[in-house]
Design a protein around this ligand. Structure first.
Ligand SMILES: Nc1ncnc2c1ncn2[C@@H]1O[C@H](COP(=O)(O)OP(=O)(O)OP(=O)(O)O)[C@@H](O)[C@H]1O
Ligand SMILES: [Mg+2]
Length: 236
């Protein structure tokens, strides 16, 4: 039987047969203000307090102080929990991929929230030291008449990064601001699961939908969600 990690939202865990399969990589995607960060914090906090699960909130470029303050608004103080908050600066760290990978390895079977994968994809142009030749790509690049755009290179590196993370034991949430104009599809098919958060402005509603979760039978219905003083829950 597959071990599952509760999401911190009881009704969502019911849909998922107990939670997210442990050690999977899941995209939490949605537009700005759709509760992506709060969702990640809630999963880290509830698991740390209930089960002592180690956690890592990895912020790309944003200082973590504001995020901790946001968590405290819901009564989630991480002070006495095994959850760490770390910022990685993609503008100065020339080896972001390795920094992130090493930090995740240390968490073992815990939960990692990467906020956000979008910042990772949009990091500044790659330096030669960061680009380590990919044995799959190199022969293709040498084919006559083929040239690689920067975007294709970033996509290939992202694919390699996501593949690399599959060997870690952590359950990883990638916060992901999907951009309708881009072809980041690589992230969607390489991830084990996709939780989609939406805002329906005309109705003043927010929804959560399980778009994909490997090893799990689930429906595709969007559920109305709401934010209360103790966090995100399904509307009843
Ligand atoms: N204390 C609070 N009480 C009520 N609503 C709140 C509170 N804190 C945040 N919100 C709501 O949550 C939204 C922000 O949620 P969150 O930070 O999780 O969004 P996000 O999807 O991570 O956005 P971004 O892509 O900009 O990072 C706000 O727009 C607001 O509607
Ligand atoms: Mg956010």
């Amino acid at each position: 039987m597959i071990a599952r990690v509760p999401t911190g939202i009881d009704d969502l865990d019911l849909i998922l047969g107990g939670g997210i399969p442990r050690s999977s990589n899941v995209l939490v995607k949605g537009p700005p203000g759709s509760f992506k960060t709060i969702f990640g914090l809630q999963m880290l906090y509830r698991n740390a307090v209930k089960n002592g699960t180690p956690g890592l909130y990895l912020s790309l470029n944003q200082p973590v102080g504001g995020v901790k303050e946001q968590a405290e608004q819901f009564g989630w103080s991480f002070d006495k929990t095994p959850v760490q908050f770390v910022t990685v600066d993609t503008t100065t760290d020339v080896n972001v991929e390795r920094t992130v990978f090493e930090a995740i390895k240390k968490i073992g079977k815990g939960i990692v929230v990467i906020d956000s994968l979008t910042s990772f994809l949009n990091r500044p142009p790659l330096t030669p030291s960061e680009y380590v030749a990919d044995p799959l790509l190199e022969p293709i690049k040498r084919l006559p008449g083929l040239s690689f755009s920067d975007e294709a290179l970033v996509r290939a590196m992202t694919a390699r990064f996501l593949r690399r993370l599959t060997v870690t034991s952590a359950t990883i949430l990638f916060i992901y601001e999907n951009r309708p104009d881009s072809s980041d599809g690589v992230c969607e098919y390489l991830s084990d699961g996709i939780l989609k958060l939406s805002k329906i402005e005309s109705l003043g509603k927010r929804t959560l939908c399980v778009e994909k979760m490997r090893y799990t039978e689930h429906d595709l219905l969007p559920r109305n969600i709401t934010l209360k003083e103790n966090g995100i829950s399904f509307e009843r």
